[in-house]
Design a protein around this ligand. Sequence first.
Ligand SMILES: [Zn+2]
Length: 284
Amino acid sequence: MCGYASSSADGVTSEDLMEQLDQTLRKYNGELFVKIYTSGSFLDDNEVPPDVRTAIFSSFKDAERLLFESRPEYINEQVLRTVPKNATVALGLESSDPNVLEMSIRKGFTPEDSRRAGMMIREAGLKVRTYLLLKPIHLNERDAIDDTLSSIKFADGFSDEISVNPVNVQKFTPVERIWKRGGYRPPWIWSLIEVLRCAGSVNARLISSPSGGGTQRGVHNCEKCSTSALNAIERFSFSQNIKDLDAVSCECLETWLNVIRAEISLGTSSDVMRAMDNDLALGK
Ligand SMILES: [Zn+2]
């Protein structure tokens, strides 16, 4: 489902990265929260050489928080000693189910690898944000909700923040091919709300800021309620109060419940409503 394979550049040098840092610093006004968005592994020496990392760390040493992400295999005690204490390391756990990680996501590591990395980051006195993927392919809405709920419990043992990311269908990916032929529908916002509502008591902050929300390629309900439902999720992410989610109501709640029943009785994770919508059936 990751579209970055088709939008990554080869041959990026340390000089290029330093130039990018210089340009960023010209615009930086001492914002307290700095997010370094590599869409990869900031702690991978091949991606971000150690001298560039050091320069970035010292440029933002006065920020309250510095967020970057890394796969667990690049996290070890040695590299963590080079990371400043204002850092939060984000881990893409996606799911705590080894089968889902292997069969639906092909992540290339196990949930245990993420947990080991998370514990090590915390022992180094740093914070952990864990990303979970809501509704990877081959999971129907109900299984997707349950998978993310179990993953929240698992991640809560080593995370300061848990961010639930619903799948968004990116261009030139296998998921896009499956989606175009009706074999997949991104999750309903109702499913995301169900996850946030049913997570129960978690120590970590539970947040969600879906990309592509409200569109056919992203998490969506019907056209009438998608925007207000996403706004409610944004309010919840700040307040952590599930009452903020109760504000959403729409007749498509009934449709979502019917879809869940249909998927279960048909034993499918395909887009069961697709056949009823001609535009979608034609892949428009
Ligand atoms: Zn609706």
